[in-house]
Ligand binder design. Structure first.
Ligand SMILES: Cc1cc2nc3c(=O)[nH]c(=O)nc-3n(C[C@H](O)[C@H](O)[C@H](O)COP(=O)(O)OP(=O)(O)OC[C@H]3O[C@@H](n4cnc5c(N)ncnc54)[C@H](O)[C@@H]3O)c2cc1C
Length: 410
C-alpha cells in the first residue's frame, strides 16, 4: 500500500490554513509551520465575497462561515460630509454574484479553519525555511527552527506551500530575481469596537487622499478601517488615535462616535505593500506559493484574502488525492489557473486604490461626480466592477465527492 504523502505549509494565515484543510480532506498528511508564537490573528474584520465562499463551500466550511458572519446590508459610498455618492443594493449584488458578501472577525475565520484540522497539524513558534525545492524524483526539504528553544529540525515533503505572506522568504528563495513587494504610498488603520449607540448604514467614505469604512459584525461590534496617503514607515508623533482624530474626526456619523470608543492601543496600523510585478510562476519544483506570498494586492477590492482562499482550493484540486500526485504537472496546472487571474485582480486593485487615494481637489470633484453619475444608472453599473471576480467558481472534481455542488453558494 502506498504511504500517505506529506505536505508542509509555511505560514498559518488564511491562505495557509485553508490549504491545509483542503489537502487534509484529500488524504494528505499536513503540517502547518507558523513562525508566530500563537495564532492570535489580527484584530480586524474580513469581507468574504461569493467567490471565496464558494471555495469554502468546496471544503465544507461555507455554511459555518455564513452562520457566523454579518451579511452585508444596503449601504453605499459617501463623502466626508455625509452626502451619498452611490447606494449599494445587497439584493442586486447577491443576485448578480450568486450570494451575499459576508463580514466576520478574522479570529472567527481562523477558528473555523483550525477546527477543521486534526490536533497537532499546526505548529506555532516554528520558523520555516525551504532549503530544497525538490523535483519529480526528489522530495522538497524544509528546515524548521523552534523560535522558543532555538532547536532546529528538517522535514521532507512531497509538496511544500509557501503561504508566508507579503514578505515571503519562500518567494525570494524561489524567484531571487523578482523585485518583490513595493510600497503603495498608502497606510491603513483597522479597529473593532462596540457598535455606536446611533444606528448607521454600512459605508465607505472617500475623501481627498483618505478613506474610511464602517461595517457591522454579527456580534454587535463594528469593524472600521481607514486608509490615507503617507510616507512609508510613518507613525503618529503622539498616538494613532490622535492621528485618526486629526484625519477623520470631523467626518460624518458614525466616524466620530467610533473614534470616541477606540482605545489607542487597539488600533492596528500597517503600510500597504503590494506586488505590482507578477511572478513568472507560482511554483518551482515541489514548492508552490499562495496568497499574499504569490500576489499581494492593495485592499481596495477586499480580495486579498478571498484570492488566498481560492488559491488554496485550486491547489488542492490539482494536487488531487495524495497517492496520484505528480508535482510537475499538478503545480504547472495550478500556476496556469491562478497566475493570470490574480495578476488581473492585483492590477484592478491598484487602479481602484489610486482612484480612492486621489488628493488634488479638482480630481476628487471629478471622481465623486463620476461615481454619483454612474450610480444613477442603478446598482448594476457599479457592480460590474466585480464581474469576473465575485462570480468565480471553484474547479469541479471529475468524480463529485460527498454530493456537494461547489458551483453554488448554499
Ligand atoms: C486594511 C486591510 C484590509 C483588508 N481587507 C480584506 C478583506 O476585507 N477581504 C480580503 O479578502 N482581504 C483583505 N485584506 C487582505 C488580506 O488581509 C490578505 O490578503 C490575507 O490576509 C493574506 O493571507 P495569507 O495567508 O496569504 O498571508 P498572511 O495572513 O500574511 O499569513 C502569513 C503567515 O505566515 C507566517 N510566516 C511568515 N514567514 C514565516 C516563516 N518563515 N515560517 C513560518 N511562518 C511564517 C506569518 O507569521 C503569517 O502568520 C485586507 C488587507 C488590509 C491591509
Amino acid at each position: 500500500m502506498e504511504q500517505q504523502r506529506r505536505a508542509v505549509v509555511v505560514g498559518a494565515g488564511i491562505g495557509g490554513l485553508t490549504a491545509a484543510v483542503a489537502l487534509h480532506r484529500r488524504g494528505w498528511q499536513v503540517t502547518v509551520l507558523e513562525r508566530a508564537a500563537g495564532l492570535a490573528p489580527v484584530g480586524a474584520g474580513i469581507g468574504l465575497a461569493p467567490n471565496a465562499q464558494r471555495a469554502l463551500d468546496a471544503v465544507g466550511l461555507g455554511d459555518r462561515v455564513r452562520a457566523l458572519s454579518a451579511w452585508q446590508g444596503d449601504g453605499g459610498m459617501r463623502t466626508p460630509g455625509g452626502r451619498w455618492l452611490a447606494r449599494t443594493d445587497a439584493k442586486a449584488a447577491a443576485a448578480r454574484f450568486g450570494g451575499p458578501l459576508v463580514l466576520l472577525h478574522r479570529a472567527t475565520l481562523v477558528e473555523i479553519l483550525t477546527s477543521a484540522l486534526p490536533e497537532g497539524v499546526v505548529r506555532t513558534g516554528a520558523a520555516a525555511t525551504v532549503t530544497d525545492f525538490g523535483d519529480d524524483d526528489r522530495p522538497a526539504r524544509v528546515t524548521v527552527a523552534d523560535t522558543g528553544t532555538g532547536t532546529r529540525g528538517e522535514l521532507e515533503a512531497e509538496l511544500v506551500l509557501g503561504a508566508d505572506g507579503i514578505h515571503s522568504a519562500t518567494r525570494r528563495a524561489l524567484f531571487p530575481g523578482h523585485p518583490g513587494p513595493r510600497y503603495s504610498g498608502t497606510t491603513t488603520w483597522r479597529v473593532v469596537v462596540p457598535a455606536p449607540a446611533r444606528p448607521f448604514a454600512p459605508h465607505e467614505t472617500w475623501g481627498a487622499g483618505r478613506l474610511w469604512g464602517s461595517q457591522p459584525l454579527k456580534d454587535g461590534r463594528v469593524y472600521a478601517y481607514a486608509m490615507a496617503v503617507a510616507p512609508a514607515g510613518a507613525h503618529a508623533p503622539d498616538d494613532e488615535k490622535a492621528e485618526l482624530l486629526r484625519l477623520f474626526g470631523d467626518w460624518h456619523h458614525p466616524v466620530p462616535e467610533i473614534l470616541a470608543g477606540v482605545a489607542p492601543d487597539r488600533i492596528l496600523r500597517h503600510d500597504v505593500h503590494h506586488l505590482p510585478d507578477p511572478l513568472p510562476a507560482f511554483h518551482r519544483g515541489r514548492v508552490a506559493l499562495l496568497g499574499d506570498a504569490a500576489h499581494a494586492m492593495m485592499p481596495s477590492l477586499g480580495q486579498g484574502g478571498n484570492q488566498a482562499i481560492e488559491d488554496a482550493v485550486v491547489l488542492a484540486h490539482h494536487a488531487g488525492t495524495a497517492p496520484g500526485f505528480q508535482p510537475g504537472r499538478a503545480l504547472a496546472a495550478y500556476t496556469a489557473d491562478r497566475l493570470p487571474r490574480t495578476t488581473a485582480i492585483v492590477r484592478r486593485a491598484a487602479r481602484t486604490g489610486a482612484l480612492t487615494m486621489l488628493s488634488a481637489r479638482p480630481a476628487v470633484v471629478l471622481r465623486d461626480t463620476a461615481v454619483s453619475a454612474v450610480s444613477r444608472f442603478g446598482p448594476g453599473l457599479a457592480l460590474r466592477g466585480f464581474d469576473g471576480i465575485c462570480d468565480w467558481r471553484p474547479p469541479v472534481d471529475p468524480v463529485p465527492r460527498s454530493g456537494h455542488d461547489p458551483s453554488r453558494v448554499s
